[in-house]
Design a protein around this ligand. Structure first.
Ligand SMILES: C[S@@+](CC[C@H](N)C(=O)[O-])C[C@H]1O[C@@H](n2cnc3c(N)ncnc32)[C@H](O)[C@@H]1O
Length: 263
């Protein structure tokens, strides 16, 4: 794991495996020409790498096409679910919004929701992802003048925000989509504590992922993912309260995800 200037890595160990994310993302972008594939589940990642290295372009194309359809479905369902919640929309619209584990998906949608008067921080720690996110945002600078990318592990996000003038108690909404379950337990606990301090008293945290209570017994946990029960989030986020639970209705490549909103 590389050290980055300005981050207090000695005080709090960086637990994220950002280099692995960077390599996988660069492979999807450069070898597969399909950056969207990088959110694929582990079995599909293995299958496509095998097809790629065996030169089986037919299977490769088929797997990618299948994945893109499934990912788009998740995307549409989640966008509709966010849009249906007045509370979520009121915080995303013109507020200070932090998108944790941003990756390459949903950033532009959140920037659109934040609008010209809002401020959006996209947080990721994988170097290739951060470089591409910055490039992508630069193309839309006129539409989203207040969207910025922060290169930091999520548990140190408060330090990084402070460098951009956003202090504790100044954030309207924190969003995490298919992200927090990738953050190791110890780092996740630190991150949730930090989110609580960053939010305004009425601020919200919106989490969407596969929760342990929705994971079928025959669906193994992916390597590099630690699925939490929704109750674990409730415990760690106290005194915030769970104010919205969509139920396991968001289909992410066969996984049933939920949207939880804490306030
Ligand atoms: C599965 S992708 C999800 C991306 C996007 N949110 C989506 O739904 O398409 C997880 C992202 O989280 C980032 N990530 C994982 N652990 C992280 C950590 N501890 N700190 C910051 N970013 C992290 C990875 O680099 C990756 O871009």
């Amino acid at each position: 794991m590389k050290d980055h200037p300005g981050l207090s890595l000695q005080q709090v160990p960086v637990l994220t495996d950002a280099d692995a994310w960077s390599q996988w993302y660069a492979f999807c972008r450069d070898a597969l020409h399909c950056p969207d594939f990088f959110v694929a589940r582990a079995p599909k990642r293995e299958a496509i790498m095998q097809a790629y290295y065996m030169g089986d372009t037919g299977s490769q194309r088929e797997l990618i096409a299948e994945h893109l359809v499934a990912n788009q479905k998740f995307h549409d369902q989640l966008t509709a679910s966010l849009a249906r919640s007045e509370l979520v929309m009121s915080k995303l619209d013109a507020g200070v919004v932090v998108y944790l584990c941003a990756g390459m998906d949903f950033g532009l949608e959140l920037a659109t929701m934040a609008g010209l008067n809002g401020t959006l921080f996209l947080v990721d720690y994988a170097e290739s992802v951060v470089a591409d996110l910055k490039r992508e945002l630069a193309k839309h600078r006129d539409s989203f003048p207040n969207a910025q990318v922060l290169h930091t592990p999520v548990h140190l996000v408060a330090d990084e925000l402070a460098r951009h003038g956003v202090l504790l108690g100044m954030v309207d909404a924190v969003v995490a989509i298919r992200g927090l379950h990738r953050v190791p337990n110890e780092e996740r606990v630190l991150t949730l504590a930090s989110v609580k301090s960053l939010l305004k008293p009425e601020g919200i945290l919106a989490i969407t992922e596969l929760f342990e209570n929705d994971r079928p017994q025959d669906r193994p946990a992916s390597p590099g993912a630690w699925h939490w029960h929704t109750l674990s989030y409730q415990t760690h986020l106290q005194p915030m309260r769970l104010v919205h639970d969509s139920g396991p209705v968001l289909e992410n490549q066969d996984d049933k995800c939920r949207l939880l909103v804490f306030q």
